[in-house]
Every structure is written in C-alpha cells, then in structure tokens.
Design a protein around this ligand. Structure first.
Ligand SMILES: C[S@@+](CC[C@H](N)C(=O)[O-])C[C@H]1O[C@@H](n2cnc3c(N)ncnc32)[C@H](O)[C@@H]1O
Length: 383
C-alpha cells in the first residue's frame, strides 16, 4: 500500500512533501562521520526549499557554524507555479518585512542567503541572520537565476519535486556538483540514472530508518489509510532513498556472504534451499540470484541481483556490469533475443489471453520472466 503512495503522488503531480528533520540529521551525520570536514568552506544550495517549510534550510542554518560553511543559499518556488496550491501560508518574517509584496509573494520565488554577515550582531551566524528577497522569476530550478546559483554552489542538497527527478538530476550532473538528494529507488534503472550508478558517479546514501521515509504534506487527506497516518500527520513512502556522490562509511562495508554450496544447503530462502544449482537466464550469460543475502561469495561469473542490492553495494566487493531492464541491444551479456511470436506465446501461457509479454526486457529463467535485476560481478573476478 505504502509503495503506491509515490505513484499516487506522481500521477496527481503533487510535489509538496516536506522532509523530516530527523531524516536529514541521520543522513548528514553519515557523511560527517566519514569526513568531518566535508562541509568546511563550502557553499550549499537548497534549490527547492522555502525555510518556512524546508528542514534542509533550517538544518544547515542551525549548523552553519559547526560545519564551517561558507554560504547557504536556499530558493523557493512560487505558489502560482506549483502543481498543488492549497494551504499556502505566508512566512511570518516575510509578512512582517518592509519588502513584503502581496503580488510577488504568489508569483515569484524567493532567495534566502546565510553567509559570514552577522546581521543581528549577536556573535553567531544562524537562521536569524538569513537575508531574503524575491527572485525575478518563479524560482524554477531551471531558470537562469537559479542556474547561476547552482554554478556558484559546491554542494546541492534537497528533496526535489518527485515528478521532475530525471530532469533535476541531469541539471546537477551537467554542472558536475556534489549532491545529496532524495528520490525513488525505482529511478535507479532509468536510462539516465543507471549509467551514473554503474560508473560509480552516484550511489545510494546512508538511507532512511528501516527503509521508511515519512513526509508532511498539505495534500495528506488525499492518501489512503496506511499511507497517511492521522496521528503523526505524515505520509509514508517505503521506496524512497538518498542519492549522492558524497562518500559515506556504509558503502565501504562488504556484505557478509556464504559460498554457493552453503547457500544451496542452508539458505533461509525456500527458492534456493535444497536446490542443486542457481537458476541461469535463458537470454543472458548470468545466474539468477533472487535475494541480495543469497549472493554466493565464490562465484566468478555475472549474477543478476535485485535492485535493492544497491543499498548494500560496496564498490570494493563488486562491480556493476549492467542491468536487465535496459533492453539495451548492446548488453554484453545478452545471449538470446525472443521473437514477437515467442513473446505472444509466453503471454498467452501466463495470462490465458492474447497479448505481448516483452521477454526481452528482463532476464528469463526456464521461460519465466524475473523481476528487474542488476548484473554484478565479484571484484577481481576474471573478465
Ligand atoms: C518534494 S518537495 C520537497 C520540499 C523540500 N525540499 C523538503 O524536502 O522539505 C519539492 C518541492 O519542490 C518544489 N518544486 C516543484 N517544481 C519545482 C521547480 N521546477 N523548481 C523548483 N522547485 C520546484 C515543490 O513546490 C516542492 O515544494
């Protein structure tokens, strides 16, 4: 049920989901543990973040001094440009400020800056020293104004609009910036995203507690029971993760694994225990490993593993060599292409009616199509 909430959010194009302070804190802590100076002298841009709503801006403003930041820039998107406009509230500091403009507040984005300027002269730089103004545009991250801020920044950190994830990631990558952003785990197999993961230019972050992400949203009432919790006032997404190119310790911890023989003998998964071999794809030169904890420690060939493996991926332990969902004709491990007749027959066998079941998009074991898989190989295994 909870997984469907993200789909629901995308179809309704509701992008108003505000990240919890505790999630930001836990994630950022993982990078600081790996490198305590990771933010020293750096400019952080939060490009989808109004401080009234965004804990990202508040969090980095609070820690401006502790992290020795050079500058924090946060920009917000005009309410009139948002897909979801209900529940808009003026920020108090805007309303009480001589700069306040009743028209601009709805049609223009805002910029908030924190730097070494101790505006209230209290000897500390914090959220009280935040300067703000209206942008000339609506604050769209693709606008020339925000593009310039992107180029000025060292690190881009935010939870971007769910409906624009691909575009947002491309916007960061073209500027070659460090980043820490929230997205949907399914994005890992997008054709624009997977090559970055495969080449270790992007990886999964430390992660949400127990894999559950909770967000506040003005559109909460639209979500079903079990997704929206009226007590906490939050909506739960199970398929969210952090994407980053900043290093953290967890990604260097190898997975503890059993040998192939031990998996077949002792695995807790009935799909493997007692079998004589792992499945082998009919159309790829690789074995099918249905669970990340069942990856054999002593197999030198290519293995198809679940996407959730990426959360445990240690680049010192494995190389990612491809994906089975790309349908790329140049996949080096492809051994067989199904004809459309074979695809139709497979559909009819499975569902008892006419249709096309594109067997080529996935790995197929004994005529049965598997879930999305990522192809990996043990580090150091012969090419
Ligand atoms: C998922 S919410 C996250 C908000 C905030 N970053 C947080 O984590 O609490 C994404 C935000 O991006 C804003 N947004 C949508 N399209 C945008 C665009 N083209 N440029 C900038 N912001 C946009 C939405 O209005 C929304 O407030």
């Amino acid at each position: 049920m909870a997984n469907s909430s993200l789909t629901q959010a995308k179809s309704a194009k509701n992008d108003e989901f505000y990240t919890q302070w505790a999630d930001i804190e836990r994630e950022v802590q993982a990078y600081l543990e790996f490198d305590p100076n990771i933010f020293r002298g750096k400019t952080i841009l939060c490009p989808c973040d109004d401080p009234e709503w965004s804990n990202f801006t508040k969090f980095f403003a609070l820690h401006f001094h502790d992290y020795s930041l050079k500058k924090l820039i946060s920009t917000s998107y005009a309410v009139e440009s948002k897909n979801y406009r209900e529940g808009y509230q003026l920020t108090l500091f805007e309303q009480n400020d001589p700069k306040f403009d009743a028209d601009k507040t709805r049609t223009q984005g805002k910029i908030f800056v924190l730097d070494s300027d101790d505006i209230n002269r209290d000897g500390v730089i914090n959220i009280d020293d935040l300067k703000w103004d209206y942008l000339d545009s609506d604050g769209d991250f693709r606008s020339t104004e925000v593009l310039k801020l992107r180029d000025e920044a060292d690190i881009i950190i935010t939870n971007p609009p769910f409906s624009m994830f691909r575009e947002f990631l491309a916007w960061i990558v073209e500027a070659d910036k460090f980043f820490l952003i929230i997205g949907n785990m399914n994005a890992t197999t997008y054709k624009e995203v997977f090559p970055l993961i495969m080449s270790n230019k992007m990886w999964l972050g430390n992660g949400f507690h127990a894999g559950n992400a909770y967000f506040s949203s003005p559109a909460l009432r639209e979500y079903a029971d079990g997704v929206y919790n009226p007590e906490s006032g939050l909506v739960k997404f199970r398929n969210c993760c952090w994407f980053t190119n900043i290093d953290h310790g967890r990604r260097h911890q190898p997975l503890p694994l059993m040998t192939m023989a031990d998996n077949l003998k002792f695995s807790k998964h009935k799909e493997l225990k007692g079998k004589t071999t792992y499945g082998r794809y009919d159309n790829y030169d690789a074995i099918e490993v249905p669970f990340t904890d069942a990856i054999p420690s002593d197999y030198d060939g290519v293995m198809g593993v679940p996407i959730s493996f990426l959360d445990k991926y240690c680049p010192e332990q494995f190389n990612i060599v491809g994906t089975l969902e790309s349908n790329a004709p140049d996949n080096a491990y492809r051994t067989y292409f199904y004809t459309s007749k074979e695809c139709s027959e497979a559909y009819s066998t499975r569902f008892g009616k006419k249709g096309i079941y594109d067997l080529n998009a996935s790995g197929v074991v004994n005529g049965v199509k598997m879930f999305k898989r990522i192809l990996i190989k043990a580090k150091g295994a012969a090419e």
